[in-house]
Design a protein around this ligand. Structure first.
Ligand code: ZN
Ligand code: ZN
Length: 226
């Protein structure tokens, strides 16, 4: 169908990247370092040439999202987009300290702050956004919006077809699989406002990076009282 948009999850080690296919093709997040072969393999499977990917949107500058951005930019020629408040972390290839807001985050913090997990190949971003970014120039009906909380420069992708991709704005409870706040957040009160902002677009399917989803707007409304 001409003009339709689809979201294709690409499962990676401990996380998920997403291909968004409309008239153009963009990638949302890139996985830990060395995920590029898996993502290129997925493109192959879908009969998409790497050069058809024109944009890599990074939801934030953590290694499990930005880790393969450098390698994938090289392989695809796509531009790398990030919010200005996460741009320095991307340039330095370091996620910095993690502020735990869930018990499981406190348990896992030392593991995720080890040098090996904390660092990733740095990238000088091609596009730095301050607020909303329209994706129509890349053949996608939708936009990137600022949804801070997990990191100051976290963003979400809102598509006209009713899909949303929110990175680590939401990470499920590991036992119930119900939506929950992420393990780590720089600003807990901003998180709730950002979830409210996403819900205000009334997405039908909210895709997250880790362990679950997609969720409906009503599931998010009920859980977060937004
Ligand atoms: Zn993260
Ligand atoms: Zn993550």
């Amino acid at each position: 169908m001409v003009g339709s948009t689809s979201v294709i999850p690409v499962p990676l080690k401990m996380t998920t990247a997403f291909l968004v296919k409309g008239e153009g093709i963009i990638l949302v997040d890139s996985g830990f370092p060395e995920s590029e072969d898996t993502i290129i393999g997925k493109l192959d499977e879908l009969d998409i040439a790497p050069e058809e990917v024109s944009l890599i949107v990074l939801t934030h500058a953590h290694p499990d999202h930005a880790g393969s951005a450098s390698a994938l930019r090289e392989r695809t020629g796509a531009k790398v987009l990030i919010h200005r408040l996460d741009a320095d972390k991307l340039r330095n290839g370091t996620q910095g300290e993690l502020n735990s807001i869930r018990f499981v985050g406190r348990i896992m913090k030392p593991f995720f702050e080890r040098e090996k997990m904390n660092k990733f190949p740095p990238v000088e971003p091609d596009i730095i956004i301050g607020s909303t970014f329209d994706l129509s120039d890349y053949g996608i009906k939708g936009e990137v919006i600022h949804t801070p909380g997990h990191t100051p420069g976290s963003v979400s992708v809102i598509l006209e077809n009713g899909d949303a991709i929110v990175g680590d704005l939401i990470v499920p409870s590991l036992l119930s699989n119900k939506p929950n706040f992420p393990f780590w957040a720089d600003d807990r009160s901003a998180l709730k406002k950002s979830i409210q902002k996403v819900v205000s677009y009334r997405p039908e399917r909210v895709y997250i990076a880790h362990f679950g989803g997609p969720y409906s707007s009503s599931e998010l409304k009920a859980k977060f009282r937004v």
